[in-house]
Design a protein around this ligand. Structure first.
Ligand code: ARG
Length: 588
């Protein structure tokens, strides 16, 4: 979109240097800090093409651009700084942005391509803890960003619904004679299962018969015993019902829920194939792939496929699942949104997929992320307050649902104070959007591989780099728009510099969508939105000091042009928030 502004200048430079305008467009970026210009072109590469020192070329180009009156150009050493007249920027950008702001942000670059995105993927019979927000919301945002860039997206929840824990749960359930009604009547069904698990483990301590019973049920489940399967299904359904309550709060959904159990009988063929191709060896009774022996020296240890006791492992299951997903979705890219702690696991089985010559081996991407740290001002005895992984003082994990609910409560209180006119259902909907949005945005605003620090007071600030700040900018634009819906003005009347800054931020936001896809990085969108909201807020605030700068000013034609920009910015902010998985209330 920025091309619409820069095309004449780029054509001149292309002509002068012989480089294609499209290549030049990629070089254009923000000017150095403190330089008052809209865009800057580093002249190193074009100067090479002309065999000139970069500062000399920058000076030549500046003179030519100024002479042609295409922009105000200044050479600063090897950089060419460009400033465009506001009306020229508005005329180029505003019509498309205002006609359908959400559509103007989307692209077709990914059309015809499929992405399979594995995210959230929690373990059954355990809680969704606060840290699960990372995979869940990075994955959700990537799914939305890919879709906005034209990809066909399949959202996959690879539930951890298998393992020895189920033997213990079944054994305890039978021993206590529990019923489905009791489970379903529990305030939180996962807590009910957790407590059952703890009681069952406790009882088995020092009781070999109970220990044996749990093992037998585990085996029965693996062998497909009907009663064991039935109870497993009950536990799984109960966990899913709790998970879905949280997903509903977050506005997240999935297309596929095939979990680990689904692949239980699909691993033998993969193992047989690996063996048949001579890729496996036996190491202390376990079946492994010695990746280093197959030329992959970066792997210091062999990759485990099957334990000595015959139990198959995580990597084998992921290989079987990837085959299945490739058959079903023919993915051009498969993303695994999983914390960086699992990097070795993904590197290993991605390498095994290559050794197996899987056609999709180069399409697999581990989308790693850093840990979530929570401010704890009540740490245990003798410990200083500080950042800690999400546990309360009692050492209990913080549940995602509880954090979101606390966010909503806090947001409700802030809104009641800031805007007492908002009541009833409307206030409740806003409290949800803001409370949840604050927690989610805090997680997405910085590069995903960084660790995230969470403090309610910070995340909920209306004036920081927060979700509520973006939502507030959106609501402020909505309220101006409500006063005069549907007007459409002449872009050439947008003559203010602060209006131009808003327009350029809008155009940049659109360009960032592709970059976010290529880097699998929601923070690129988040940062572009913060820049847009900052531009909007200084534009709107100018009207407080200077009545002629108000959107609805004395000149009706100028007001109409400004309202058109309000509509474009409101639409882009709303769409951008949606790409991050936040909702954008119209009032706050
Ligand atoms: N259930 C796993 C865990 O909680 C995450 C699964 C990630 N996805 C995958 N395909 N391995 O650690």
């Amino acid at each position: 979109m920025l091309d619409l502004v820069t095309a004449p200048v780029l054509a001149l430079i292309a002509n002068h240097t012989g480089l294609p305008a499209a290549d030049l467009a990629r070089l254009l970026g923000s000017p150095a800090k403190g330089v008052a210009a809209d865009l800057a072109l580093p002249c190193f590469q074009p100067a090479k093409a002309k065999a000139l020192p970069p500062p000399k070329l920058a000076a030549e180009l500046a003179a030519a651009i100024n002479a042609a009156g295409l922009a105000q150009a200044v050479a600063a050493g090897p950089f060419l700084n460009l400033t465009f007249p506001p009306a020229q920027v508005a005329t180029a950008l505003l019509p498309a942005l205002a006609a359908d702001p959400a559509a103007a942000l989307r692209s077709r670059a990914g059309s015809g391509r499929n992405a399979a995105i594995d995210f959230s993927s929690p373990n059954i019979a355990k809680h969704l803890a606060f840290h699960h927000i990372r995979s869940t919301m990075i994955g959700n945002s990537l799914a939305r960003i890919y879709a906005a860039a034209g990809w066909k997206v399949t959202r996959i929840n690879f539930l951890g619904d298998w393992g020895t824990a189920f033997g213990r749960l079944i054994s305890g359930w039978k021993r206590e004679g529990l019923t489905l009604a009791q489970l379903e009547g529990a305030a939180d069904r996962v807590t009910f299962l957790n407590e059952l698990y703890v009681r069952s483990s406790q009882a088995a301590k020092g009781d070999p018969a109970l220990e044996e019973d749990a093992r037998r049920w585990s085996k029965a489940l693996e062998d497909g015993d009907a009663e064991a399967r039935h109870l497993w299904q009950i536990f799984k359904d109960a966990s899913l019902a709790e998970f879905k309550r949280v997903y509903a709060l977050l506005g997240v959904d999935f297309d596929s829920w095939k979990g680990e159990a689904h692949y239980e009988d699909k691993m033998a063929p993969v193992l047989a194939e690996l063996e048949g191709k001579g890729l496996t060896s036996i190491d202390q009774g376990a079946t492994v792939v010695d990746l280093a022996a197959h030329g992959l020296k970066q792997f210091k240890k062999p990759m485990l496929l099957k334990r000595a006791d015959g139990g198959t492992l995580y990597a084998t299951r992921d290989l079987a699942a990837a085959d299945d997903r490739f058959r079903e979705f023919a993915f051009d890219r498969a993303l695994y949104v999983v914390d960086l702690g699992q990097s070795l696991h993904f590197n290993e089985w991605f390498a095994a997929a290559k050794l197996l010559n899987r056609p999709y081996a180069d399409r697999l991407r581990h989308i790693g992320f850093g840990v979530l740290l929570v401010w704890n001002d009540e740490p245990g005895e003798g410990l200083e307050p500080g950042w800690a992984k999400g546990r309360t003082r009692a050492g209990k994990v913080m549940l995602l649902r509880e954090v979101l609910e606390e966010g909503i409560d806090r947001a409700r209180a802030i809104i009641a104070e800031k805007n007492p006119d908002l009541v009833g259902d409307e206030r409740e909907a806003i409290a949800r959007a803001v409370g949840v949005g604050a927690v989610v945005f805090n997680d997405l605003k910085n590069a995903r591989t960084n660790d995230v620090k969470f403090k309610f007071e910070e995340a909920l600030r209306f004036d920081g780099e927060t979700g509520p700040y973006l939502q507030y900018a959106h609501a402020r634009l909505c309220s101006i728009e409500r006063k005069s819906a549907g007007v459409s003005g002449d872009p050439a009347l947008l003559a203010r510099d602060d209006e131009k800054v808003v327009l350029l931020a809008l155009a940049r936001l659109q360009g960032q969508l592709e970059r976010a896809v290529e880097a699998d990085e929601p923070s690129i969108v988040a940062q572009a939105l913060l820049a847009l909201a900052a531009a909007v807020s200084s534009w709107l605030t100018a009207g407080n000091r200077d009545p002629s700068a108000k959107v609805i000013c004395d000149d009706p034609a100028v007001a109409a042009a400004r309202l058109t920009l309000v509509r474009a910015a409101r639409g882009a902010l709303g769409e951008g928030l949606c790409l991050l998985g936040l909702t954008a209330p119209e009032r706050m």
